[in-house]
Design a protein around this ligand. Structure first.
Ligand SMILES: N[C@@H](CCC(=O)N[C@@H](CS)C(=O)NCC(=O)O)C(=O)O
Length: 352
């Protein structure tokens, strides 16, 4: 392949769950290392809010895939690009762009399995899982991360990890806002308002986290009320909204993968999303499905249990008399995903 043919560029951030979905897709599809340029966007220093990145993706999110337009693929034509700015579309694009028969821009000879669901019914089921559950507001992995404390002790642990991150994000946003105010470069009113909104949201969280080393009794009244509100919201996130999403998922997936025996697009979204939930619940990469999902159950609350209606293939040392072991579908999914080389590669340094 001529090196002058423009390549797609995938912007990702370390420890970003939706970036992990794009990476899982690259590995599952067998893209060669030289076929897509990977670029790191440092969210912790607010690089995603820079005017340069906002020109690619005004929502300031990763993954973002910048692809050369089809009719500019020739080495002699000037390249033009378009940016794909949401995870679902990025995955769909990567799926379609490398097929068993595709030659364009493909150097890898690895098999390129089709990940899109094969029928309309499967496609509907897949979209339901992706759009109505995994990318719904109530299942937001960032919110679950920021809200992963329901008492003073866990808030202290969370704050240790997050105060530096939130502080540098706030400083970056302040920098962009004041640079725009100095008028040295033209910035739209929309972008300025976006930065201000993000800064206000960051400050609200920082206010809670910055006092985390104080007990409730040591806080002034206003801060105590803020902390109480935070805990109320955190309980709603984890004990109501997430619980609902998980119950829906456990009933809507077929097992072991979302649509049955074959991996498909919705599994890539689910794998990264569930990895985040397992990680936030204290689970690890090496945990078997039953263990990982039990950790999620107990993190949500002592009374919470998934239906165990998936009959797994009996394993050595399994149920007495060789009867099938029953596990939740999510546990079966976790076991199936953990075996895959794409998952091992993305999470080689641990879950996030
Ligand atoms: N709905 C978006 C969500 C993407 C998203 O929120 N990504 C996170 C990282 S996992 C992000 O870019 N966050 C930016 C930030 O925290 O400022 C999508 O499907 O791509």
């Amino acid at each position: 392949m001529s090196s002058s043919i423009p390549k797609a560029v995938l912007y990702c951030a370390p420890n970003s769950i939706w970036s992990a979905v794009a990476l899982l897709t690259l590995y599952e599809k067998g893209y060669g290392d030289d076929e897509v340029d990977l670029r790191v966007v440092d969210i912790s220093t607010g690089e995603n809010f820079s005017p340069t990145f906002l020109r690619l993706n005004p929502k300031a999110t990763v993954p973002t895939l910048v692809v050369p337009l089809q009719n500019t693929l020739g080495p002699d034509t000037e390249s033009r690009y378009k940016a794909i700015t949401d995870t679902k579309s990025v995955v769909e694009f990567l799926d379609k762009s490398r097929s068993a028969i595709s030659r364009t821009n493909t150097t890898s000879s690895a098999p390129a399995p089709a990940l899109a669901p094969a029928t309309i019914a499967f496609s509907d089921a897949s979209s339901k899982i992706i759009d109505s559950i995994l990318h719904s507001e109530g299942a937001s992995p960032s919110t679950l991360l920021y809200m992963n404390a329901r008492d003073d002790a866990s808030l202290q642990v969370l704050a240790k990890a997050f105060v530096p991150f939130l502080t540098s994000r706030q400083q970056a946003l302040e920098g962009y806002i004041s640079e725009a105010a100095s008028g040295s470069s033209p910035i739209s009113e929309k972008t300025k308002a976006f930065w201000k909104d993000k800064k206000a949201a960051t400050e609200t969280l920082l206010d809670i986290m910055i006092h985390a080393d104080k007990t409730s009794a040591q806080l002034d009244q206003a801060s105590r009320l803020e902390r109480d509100d935070y805990f109320t919201n955190a309980r709603t996130c984890w004990e109501v909204e997430l619980k609902e999403s998980l119950v829906k998922l456990n009933s809507q997936i077929t097992g072991p993968y979302s649509l049955g025996d074959q991996i498909s697009i919705s599994d890539l979204h689910l794998a990264a999303w569930l990895a985040r939930i397992v990680a936030l619940s204290g689970g690890r990469m090496n945990d078997e499905g039953d263990i990982a999902i039990t950790k999620v159950e107990s993190h949500i609350g002592p009374e919470f249990h998934f239906v165990r209606d998936f009959a797994a293939i009996p394993a050595a040392g399994g149920a007495p008399g060789g009867l099938p072991l029953h596990q939740s579908k999510l546990a079966a999914f976790w076991d199936a995903m953990r075996e895959r080389s794409s998952f091992k590669k993305v999470y080689c340094n641990g879950l996030y």
